[in-house]
Design a protein around this ligand. Structure first.
Ligand SMILES: [Zn+2]
Length: 203
């Protein structure tokens, strides 16, 4: 299904079945203005693989509900508020490279979640990474298992000398971002920064 068709379908559904905010239940919006604003309320920074990762906010009830509805239920109208929060922590002057979902996730959703989110946020993502292999669901693993599972997760197209910011939806252990950074460096990129919509508390 095309993005336009999917959005049109959701628009019709939202008229026939007035929506409620996925986070707080307020009427008439998939994510209300207050919850959209809350996505960027607590910016945070941490380091992964020698790169500063800026996050718009903490992974709290609002961002968790929004990301889940977007990725698991396919509510692509949420790509815009999530993407705007992301764009707020993406430095200018860099090539924006989204972390791709697995091929299995793409088949399941029919859209590339982080890429679409970046586009709707007004960024111009360049898909230099592709997922290889079929890693296990990172959420089911502990920190060490995640690192191992992430190893060899991505391949990058040749990107010699490109100044890159890597973007993802959520950072938890940082294993996935570290692997994306590793692959892009192997392709020759200069990783200037990374950015995510939300971050779990470090530790
Ligand atoms: Zn709300």
């Amino acid at each position: 299904m095309s993005d336009a068709l999917r959005d049109a379908g959701q628009l019709v559904a939202s008229i026939l079945f007035p929506s409620r905010c996925v986070a707080c239940g307020a009427a008439h919006a998939v994510l209300c203005a207050e919850c959209s604003h809350a996505l960027s309320a607590h910016p945070a920074e941490r380091g992964v693989a020698g790169v500063v990762v800026r996050s718009a906010g903490a992974l709290d009830e609002v961002s968790r509900a929004a990301v889940r509805a977007y990725k698991e239920r396919g509510w692509t109208t949420l790509a815009r508020p999530l993407g705007r929060a992301l764009a707020g922590v993406v430095p200018a002057g860099c090539t924006v490279v989204p972390v791709p979902g697995s091929r299995r996730a793409f088949r399941h959703r029919g859209f590339d979640a982080v890429r679409l989110l970046a586009e709707r946020g007004g960024l111009r993502p360049v898909p230099l990474l592709r997922a290889v292999g079929t890693p296990l669901d990172q959420r089911t693993l502990n920190r060490d298992q995640r690192r191992e599972n992430a190893s060899g997760m991505f391949r990058a197209r040749a990107c010699e000398g490109l100044r890159v910011v890597v973007v993802d939806d959520v950072i938890t252990t940082g294993a996935t971002l570290a692997e994306a950074i590793r692959a892009l460096r192997a392709g020759g990129a200069d990783i200037h920064a990374a950015a995510t919509v939300a971050a779990t508390a470090f530790g």
